[in-house]
Ligand binder design. Structure first.
Ligand code: PLP
Length: 392
C-alpha cells in the first residue's frame, strides 16, 4: 500500500530495521551515542566515493574533492539553520574544538569556562591550550541528577562572575545525556561578554539545531552519531572566522575559511562526501519522526529501568533527547573500576552494549535509543543488571 504522496509507508521502527545496519546479530546495541551505527546504504555510498577517488586520483583531488565537500555542507546547512558558507566539514567534534581553541588568542589570566560534564577530550584540549597561553581552565558544577532547566541556568549564571574570555558549552552532555537549555545559556554567556564555543557532538539528528537562534560564536557537531553519516563526518560552524585555522595547516593557509578547512592534505574524505546519503536515509523516515520516536523511547526506557531497579532517572523529559540515564540498583558497583567491570560483564555475558558512568555517588547507565532498538532490549538490560547483584 502506498501513502497519498505515492511513497511506500516507512516500516515500523524497531528490530526489523536492524537489517538496514551492519550490526552483528544477537546483541542489544544500546550505545548508539558513542560512535553511531552507519546504515548499509550509507556505507555503500561511501564505497562509491572511494571507488571514484581511486579511478582517477589526480582528477578526483584536483577537481572533485572540494566541490563534494561544499555539496555536503550545503546539504547539511538547512538542518543547522545556517548558511552553508559558514559551515566547514571536519572529521570529528574533537578536531573542531581543537581548531577553535588552538586558534583563539588567549592571553595570560584569561578564563576558559568548562563544566563538570565537559567531554574528556575537550577538557584536555582546554588544558593544553591554557598551559601554552597562561589562560586558566575554570570548571562549574553542572547539576546531576537535575530537576529542571532553571537549576542549570542558575549554576551557569553564578559561574560567569568573574566573566570568562571563552565559555565552552555542550548541547547534549556525554555521560549524563542532558540536553541543555542552550540558547538561554549562550545568552547568559554573551551578556557577560564571553565568546562561546558549543560542543554539539550528539545534537545533529537528535535534536533541532537553529544556529541563528542559539547565537554562539562557534558550534561543532558530529554527523556520524545521530545523523547516520559514516565515521569521520562532522562540521564546524563559525560566526567568527577571522584568525580561525584548522588543526592542519595546508595549501589554503590565509586563504579564508573554506580554503583552509576544505582541503587539509591528501586524505580519504569519503565519510564527508557521503553525508548526503546519511541525510537521505534520515529523510526516508523523516527527521521529526525519528527524533520523536527516539525521544519517546528514551523516556519509556528510563521509566522502565528506574521502576525495575527501584531507582531514578537523571533528567526530566524536557532535558532528554535520544539517550536516558538511570541510577543502577545498590550492590552492582559504585566507582569507575566497578563501572568498567560491570560494562565488560554485560557485554561478554549478556551481549548488551551500554555506557556506565560513576556519578552522584553511584553508577548510572546511559542508554541510547535509536530506530533499530526495541523495549525488549531494555527489559533484557534490566534483568541482566539485577542478576549481577551479589546475592541475586
Ligand atoms: C559531548 C561530546 N563531545 C565530543 C565528543 C567527541 O566526539 P568525536 O570522538 O567524534 O570527536 C563526544 C563523543 O562522544 C561527546 O559526547
Amino acid at each position: 500500500m502506498l501513502t497519498s504522496d505515492g511513497r511506500s509507508p516507512a516500516p515500523a521502527f524497531g528490530p526489523a530495521l536492524r537489517d538496514l545496519f551492519q550490526l552483528e546479530a544477537g546483541g542489544a546495541h544500546l550505545n548508539h551515542g558513542s560512535y553511531g551505527a552507519t546504515p548499509k546504504a550509507v556505507l555503500a555510498a561511501q564505497r562509491d566515493w572511494r571507488d571514484r577517488m581511486e579511478a582517477e586520483p589526480s582528477r578526483f583531488f584536483e577537481r572533485e574533492y572540494r566541490p563534494a565537500i561544499r555539496a555536503a555542507a550545503a546539504r547539511l546547512a538547512p538542518y543547522l539553520g545556517a548558511d552553508a558558507d559558514d559551515v566547514a566539514m571536519v572529521e570529528n567534534a574533537t578536531q573542531a574544538v581543537n581548531a577553535v581553541l588552538r586558534s583563539f588568542p588567549f592571553e595570560p589570566g584569561d578564563r576558559i569556562l568548562i563544566n563538570t560534564q565537559t567531554y574528556g577530550a575537550v577538557r584536555n584540549t582546554a588544558r593544553y591550550v591554557a598551559a601554552r597561553t597562561g589562560a586558566e581552565v575554570v570548571e562549574w558544577r553542572l547539576p546531576f541528577p537535575v530537576a529542571d532547566a532553571q537549576e542549570i541556568e542558575a549554576a551557569f549564571h553564578a559561574a560567569l562572575d568573574p566573566p570568562p574570555r571563552l565559555a565552552l558549552l555542550d548541547h547534549v552532555t556525554s555521560g549524563t545525556a542532558l540536553k541543555l537549555p542552550l540558547a538561554r545559556l549562550v545568552a547568559l554567556a554573551k551578556a557577560a561578554g564571553a565568546r562561546v564555543l558549543v560542543d554539539g557532538a550528539h545534537a545533529p539528528g537528535m535534536t533541532e539545531i537553529d544556529l541563528r537562534r542559539i547565537g554562539a560564536d562557534w558550534y561543532t557537531g558530529n554527523c556520524h552519531k545521530w545523523m547516520f553519516a559514516a565515521k569521520g563526518c562532522a562540521f564546524l560552524w563559525a560566526a567568527t572566522q577571522q584568525d580561525l585555522h584548522p588543526t592542519v595547516i595546508s595549501h589554503g593557509f590565509e586563504g579564508g575559511f573554506h580554503a583552509e578547512f576544505d582541503y587539509v592534505g591528501t586524505r580519504d574524505g569519503s565519510a564527508q562526501h557521503s553525508l548526503p546519503a546519511g541525510i537521505d536515509f534520515m529523510e526516508g523516515f523523516g527527521f521529526q519522526a525519528i527524533q520523536g520516536h527516539n525521544h519517546a523511547m528514551a523516556l519509556a526506557a528510563g521509566a522502565r529501568l528506574a521502576a525495575a531497579w527501584g531507582t531514578e532517572t537523571g533528567a526530566p523529559a524536557a532535558l532528554t533527547g535520544s539517550m536516558t540515564t538511570v541510577r543502577l540498583p545498590y550492590g552492582v558497583g559504585a566507582d569507575l573500576n566497578g563501572a568498567i567491570r560491570l560494562r565488560a560483564r554485560l557485554l561478554d555475558e549478556d551481549g548488551i552494549q551500554i555506557r556506565l558512568n560513576p556519578l552522584a555517588g553511584g553508577l548510572w547507565v546511559r542508554v541510547s535509543t535509536q530506530i533499530y532498538n526495541h523495549m525488549d532490549e531494555i527489559d533484557r538490560l534490566a534483568e541482566a543488571v539485577l542478576a549481577k547483584r551479589p546475592n541475586a
